[in-house]
Structures are given as C-alpha cells and as structure tokens.
Design a protein around this ligand. Structure first.
Ligand SMILES: Nc1nc2c(c(=O)[nH]1)N[C@H]1C(S)=C(S)[C@@H](COP(=O)(O)O)O[C@H]1N2
Ligand SMILES: [Mo]
Length: 387
C-alpha cells in the first residue's frame, strides 16, 4: 500500500471521527470512558485486512477503528454460520433434553423465559480470529440474558452413567464421513462437569433485545470463558451421553495441531478448541489537538496488565479502563503516545493475566509450532503512518 492511499484513508476516517464525536456528546458516560473521547479523530491503520472471501459464513466483522463502546451493539456484532441460518418457527420450536436423563424435557420459549433470569457480560471470540489476514473482527462483547443451564439439566435428572452433554443446533450440512454421506447437525459438546458451570446460560436475549436471527434466535448456549464455537446457536436439542461426542466441530474442525518438544522429542498433539486464551489487540490510534493515544482491548483470562511496544522500543504499561468490567468480558486499555515522529510505525500489544502468563509472541513455540489457524492468540502487530 502506498503512503498516498494511506493518507486518503486517514482523511476519510477523520470525517467519520467527527460524527462519532458528536454522538459521544450526547452520552456523558461514553465521554468519560476510554473507548471514545469527545473531539478525537481516528488515524487509519496502514494495514487494513483484505476483503472477506467467505461472506456467507463470516459476517459483520468488528471494525476495530470504530470501537467506541465497551458493549458491541447488536447491529455491529459479528456472525458465524457454518451451515447457513436455519429457518425456525419460534411458536412450534421446543428445546428437547434427552438421552441419559430420567425426565426428558420439551420446553417452549415461554417456559424457558418463565424460569429464573440471569445475565452475563461476555466477550465472545471465534477461535479462528486472527488465523487469516481477512479475519480480525470475529469478536464482540454483549450482555447475554437467559436461564441457567444447570437447573434445566437437574430438572431432567441426569443419569449416573452420563459423562457428556451434546448441544445440537437446528442447522445442518451434508458431510462425508469414512465414505458415508450424512446430514449432520451443527453440534458441540462439553463434559458434564463443564456443562454444570453455573455461568452457562440458555440464552434468549442479547443486549436487552430478543436474540437476533443471525446470533441464534430463539435460543443459544452461552458458555462464558469459552471460544465462540462452544456457544451453539439455534439450539434445539441437548443430549446426555456416556461416550465422548466426536462430530465435525469437536474432532475434525476447530482442532489445533501442534508440534511440542517433550523430553527432547517431537510430540504432535491435537486438541479440540475449548476455553478462551489470553489475548489483546491494538484497536485504534486517535489524535486530539496533536496528542495521540493507542486504544485496545484484552480478554481471554483475568487481565492483570497490558503492555505496548512501539517500533523496537521498550514495553510500556497501558492504563486499564475498569469503569465497565466483568469477569468474562474484555478490558479496554489505552496508552498515550506523545509526539510520535512522522513516518511509519508498528504497534504491538501483549496481555499479562492474573497468574503472570504473558500473551505469546508470534515466534513463541506455542504459536510458531501450531500448524492450524485456530487459537491464534499470538501478539498482534499493527502498522500506522503518522503524517
Ligand atoms: N448452530 C450453530 N452455532 C454456532 C455456529 C454455527 O455455525 N451454527 N458457529 C459458532 C462459531 S464458529 C462462533 S465463533 C460463534 C459466533 O457467534 P455469533 O455468530 O453470535 O457471533 O457461534 C458458534 N455457534
Ligand atoms: Mo468460530
């Protein structure tokens, strides 16, 4: 990309920055908070992601430069659909709980809504996010409302020999497995112990509205702390089983292949993608009266601190915005960047969790010796040109 086109982009972005600034004036809370400040303009990144080659499967990616609130509004929330959106008649729809249970259930949406309501703020990220150059906005933060999964499982009476809970969506695809052609539902499973986590919700509400069609209407699983893939949308069946479930999205796709060094030997491992991993990104650079700052987000584990490196400089501590925070939601951070020199720069961030783990660098064996694109939680470097 040439510098002139970078400048043109940055002029365009400044225009929308003014509009965003006006909106912020109407909101005293936003004006104080980190994600957006009155009067600032966004300086466009010099390395925008390429066009999305799979618009049917990946939609409405987060535009990091436009990040202006802790909560991602529903109309700006990303959507992933591997088998398209199923057509569901909400009136006739039932959530069926069966398999190894004493009392199989078939619950209507009204019956689920009549149960105790619980809410959780949770940042959901696709495990493939940052696994491809085009895919950098597979993430969003919402307040999810629903009823605890655990009490529904208790009501169904889980049998002694059940070890696995499988969540089936209404969406199906044609798959060939060992030369057999099958129609397979999108499905994911969890151990019974993981499924009983009191944070898990049978979710029918997103940011105070009915779950939108693309995000799983009428009901989805919300499993705070897990990658997006575990959060089954268009949920219609929960099955208790005595064996591990090995469907496509457990055992074929969303499997990380790694080369690990164990006792001086190479051990190849494959793990099904599950719990989220520690991660951060620089979201945007802003300018206000000649003063620059870098704003970003960190998530995937309890965040202790975030550090930022500009070009080959030292790691500098960012300031964390705790005005809006929750256990399973991202933390917005910011770093002042006084008087950057004109010209190109790189900006890298790394999150450090409460246990002292550092988000891996791209050359860390955990990332460098991973041969699949899932769980791409390596440090993200962005490029920018200061004029
Ligand atoms: N039924 C069903 N559930 C699904 C999917 C799907 O294709 N079908 N995609 C999963 C993936 S890969 C992700 S990242 C999240 C994305 O949730 P969102 O579309 O609400 O952002 O939904 C998950 N749940
Ligand atoms: Mo995903």
């Amino acid at each position: 990309m040439d510098i002139d086109s970078v400048r043109r982009r940055s002029v365009l972005t400044h225009g929308s920055g003014v509009l965003a600034g006006l909106a912020v004036l109407n909101s005293p809370l936003l004006a104080r908070a980190f994600p957006a400040r009155e009067g600032e303009e966004v300086v466009a990144w010099a390395d925008p992601p390429p066009e999305n080659p799979v618009p049917d499967q990946v939609q409405n990616q987060l535009d990091w430069e436009a990040l202006d609130s802790w909560i991602t509004p529903n109309d700006r929330f990303f959507r992933i659909a591997h088998y398209g959106w199923p057509e569901i008649d909400a009136a006739g729809w039932r959530l069926r709980v069966g398999g190894l249970v004493r009392n199989p259930l078939a619950l209507s949406l009204d019956e689920i809504r009549a149960r105790p309501r619980q809410e959780v703020a949770f940042t959901i990220e696709c495990a493939g996010n940052h696994g491809f150059p085009f895919f950098t906005g597979g993430i969003g933060n919402a307040r999810w409302g629903g009823t605890p999964l655990a009490s529904v499982l208790e009501e169904a009476g889980v049998a002694e020999d059940a070890v696995e809970v499988v969540f089936f969506g209404a969406d199906t695809g044609e798959e060939v497995v060992h030369e057999v052609s099958i129609t397979e539902h999108f499905a994911r499973s969890m151990s019974l112990a993981d499924a009983m986590n009191p944070a898990n919700l049978l979710c029918y509400e997103m940011n105070g509205e009915a779950l939108p069609a693309g995000n799983g209407h009428p009901l989805r699983l919300i499993a705070p702390g897990w990658y997006g893939i575990a959060n089954v949308k268009w949920l219609e069946r929960i099955e208790l089983r005595s064996t591990r479930y090995m469907g496509r999205f457990m055992a074929a796709d969303y499997v990380s292949l790694r080369e690990e060094a164990v006792n001086g030997e190479t051990l190849w491992t494959r793990n099904s993608v599950g719990p989220a991993r520690l991660k951060s990104v620089p979201a945007k650079v802003t300018r206000e009266n000649g003063a620059y700052r870098i704003v970003g987000a960190a998530w995937g584990a309890p965040i202790d601190r975030v550090e930022v490196r500009i070009d080959d400089g030292d790691w500098q501590a960012a300031e964390l915005d705790r005005t809006e925070s929750a256990e399973h939601a991202w933390t917005i951070w910011s770093l002042d960047w006084p008087e950057p020199a004109a010209g190109p720069h790189t900006i890298t961030s790394r999150a450090i969790d409460a246990a002292g783990n550092i988000q891996p660098a791209m050359d860390d064996p955990l990332i460098a010796n991973k041969h699949t694109y899932w769980e791409s939680n390596g440090q993200v470097t962005r490029q920018i040109v200061i004029s």
